[in-house]
Design a protein around this ligand. Sequence first.
Ligand code: SF4
Length: 341
Amino acid sequence: MRSRHFSQAVLAWFDQYGRHHLPWQQNPTPYRVWISEIMLQQTRVNTVIPYFQHFIERFKDIPTLANSSRNEVLHLWSGLGYYARGRNLHRSAQIIANEFNGIFPDKIEEVIKLPGIGRSTAGAILAQSHQQRHPILDGNVKRVLCRFDAIQGWPGTSIITKQLWQLADKYTPQTRSRAYTQAIMDLGATICTRSSPACSLCPVQKICLSKQQNLQTELPTPRPCKKRPTKTAYALVFKNEQNEIYLEQRPPTGVWGGLWSFPEVTNGKEPSGHYLATQHHTFSHYHLELTPIIIQSNKQSHTVQDSSTAIWYTPFHSNKLGLAAPVKRLLNQLFHEENDS
Ligand code: SF4
């Protein structure tokens, strides 16, 4: 049977060539696997490893994470991007502490209800930590299945998504759930890659429909083109006589939600100061062109005082703050220039 052949070939390949020494594969408790699965969403393994290690060192278990401040969680998340993931982790830890006695639930219906955990992530956590049999369908798996069965149509539509879930279920074996989950993710990440699939090394090349029809690079069908709008904004970098820089905490939701950043305005004609080069950022719904403006400020005369959502920042600031990567980069640049001059 083709489905049995698929899972057996993928598992045999994994035993020989798969990744077996990732930090979260050692002692795969639900907590460790959960943190790794969330960090790995939209992010490569090599980027995640140091973040995972720092995070687990600081928050050794769910109660520790639940009792920490969101600021500290976001501080350890700084640079990893997609900060809603960090906020949801923190919120979920608090729910698990309150409603599950601090123990990660082991029923998929309960896991799916936690903020930031969808069906695929829930399945991956339970398969890897408890050896439960659940299909998974992350971006890598979608790509493998679309190609293996030559599925035409953008996987973002509900019809194709439903079809892919059925295939994911069909190919998931009854045993070796932990290994198969890692195996199918590894196959997508290392062999059936986005732009140049290494079909000659693939364990299922002989029964892959895309390979037979030479469709590997055309599938999965790309998302229909939708132009993202470009927004323009100006970051007001107030610097006082003590060379401190003014930061505000952003609202909890939205871009860089809960992180510390410069005040922003959309009209760059008003502020007078030293304009730096415009930075380009791309988010899921729009592009942002952000121009920092350095403005000398007199702390005494400035109307805004230190508060829980606004501070005058120095690199030696005792608070651990979550900073968006571009903010961190600009602060480093400004303070280095200061030291070099
Ligand atoms: S044969 Fe090629 S296209 Fe098919 S699953 Fe393997 S790597 Fe992907």
